[in-house]
Design a protein around this ligand. Structure first.
Ligand code: PSU
Ligand code: MN
Length: 342
């Protein structure tokens, strides 16, 4: 009984691997009525080029218009300048897209003006049949990236266990996605409006390898808290450079492990906001969300918008700088990984 189950399991693993791991041409980039992978991304995956996925909730629910368009274009150019192929992921007109062109990105980012885009995470994917536009969250983007054979994804802040999550059970689908989908996410950790120690515990339970780039520092380092490098909570692993990150991804891909990996990249020093300064703004944003009753998937966008409102330009500038630095880091990891697989 056990042997039969084990054999079936290993069979299904062998059958799954070539289909989902990419580098096998068009077969790894399925197209359908609901999924369109751009020709450039399909070719890049098929020929082993370094491809970097980019999410769009950050544009539809994070940045104001038209700065969101400028950010989207900047991130695509950062990937190209560092030797990669960008794959912006989102939903337009009821079709999930991997590798959106400039026109499509502008169309999606412009929905901010009338708030007509949905926030699309794993649970929402089936809903796109209603011809919606949607910004994909980290979880939604990971799923679509993996379907297209993309393994690296650069973004800003990860969702997590919310404060009080032990009662509300508000735990971002980003965490469970990292537990089940083999895509590596490079982010600046997560904002401290979340419960960072519980987020780290949850990631461990989900079997997610978590490491933080040392950035020249010696000894243990903190898992970063988005605007600041120090959260007060140690990262379980320290990553020296992009080649080490790629080696971890490579090794895991050769084992029957289908979970994701999270590499935290601390905010560039010159943009780091003092912890005390951002802490009281975050407290106030959480208090307002509670008073105004923002729960579920509306909670994160509300808290993010309040933090922005209360902290002004400084946080938007820091946000832009750290996303840019994460995407650059992600591209370099993708380039190192492509070299290892030549
Ligand atoms: N945290 C940020 N910036 C963001 C997000 C979270 O600092 O843009 C977005 C990401 O798209 C993330 C999503 O995947 O919010 C998580 O939402 P929720 O907490 O509802 O799972
Ligand atoms: Mn939630």
């Amino acid at each position: 009984m056990f042997a039969a189950r084990a054999a079936a399991k290993s069979r299904s693993w062998r059958l799954r691997l070539p289909l989902s791991r990419g580098l096998h041409g068009l077969q790894s980039s399925p197209q359908s009525k609901f999924l369109k992978v751009s020709e450039e991304v399909r070719d890049a995956v098929a020929t082993g080029k370094p491809v970097v996925a980019l999410e769009t909730t950050i544009y539809t629910h994070g940045f104001p218009f038209p700065e969101n368009i400028a950010l989207a274009m900047l991130l695509e150019s950062v990937v190209r300048a560092n030797g990669g192929v960008p794959a912006t992921v989102g939903v337009l007109g009821g079709v999930a897209r991997v590798g959106m062109n400039a026109e499509e990105i502008v169309q999606l980012a412009s929905t901010v003006e009338n708030k007509s885009a949905m926030k699309v995470s794993r649970r929402d994917l089936g809903y796109i049949w209603k011809s919606i536009h949607g910004g994909t969250t980290i979880s939604g983007t990971m799923i679509l990236a993996e379907l297209a054979g993309i393994r690296i994804f650069g973004t800003g802040g990860l969702g997590g266990v919310h404060r009080g999550g032990e009662n509300s059970m508000d735990i971002s689908a980003d965490l469970t996605e990292l537990g089940r989908t083999p895509v590596t996410v490079i982010s600046s950790g997560c904002k401290s409006f979340l419960d960072i120690p519980r987020t780290l515990e949850y990631l461990e339970t989900e079997g997610v390898c978590v490491g933080t780039f040392a950035d020249g520092r010696e000894g243990p380092v903190d898992f970063p808290a988005f605007y600041t490098r120090d959260s007060g909570f140690r990262s379980s692993r320290v990553i020296e450079n992009e080649a080490e990150a790629a080696a971890i991804i490579y090794a895991q891909s050769k084992l029957p492990v289908s979970s994701g990996i999270l590499f935290a990249n601390p905010v560039p020093l010159e943009h780091s906001v003092p912890k005390a300064e951002i802490d009281h703004i975050i407290e106030e944003a959480i208090r307002l969300a509670e008073v105004e009753g923002y729960k579920g998937s509306d909670n994160t966008p509300f808290v993010l918008s309040k933090i922005k409102e209360l902290s002004g330009d400084k946080s938007v500038t820091a946000n832009r700088a750290l996303v840019e630095s994460n995407v650059k880091r992600a591209t370099r990891v993708a380039v190192e990984l492509a070299k290892m697989e030549e």
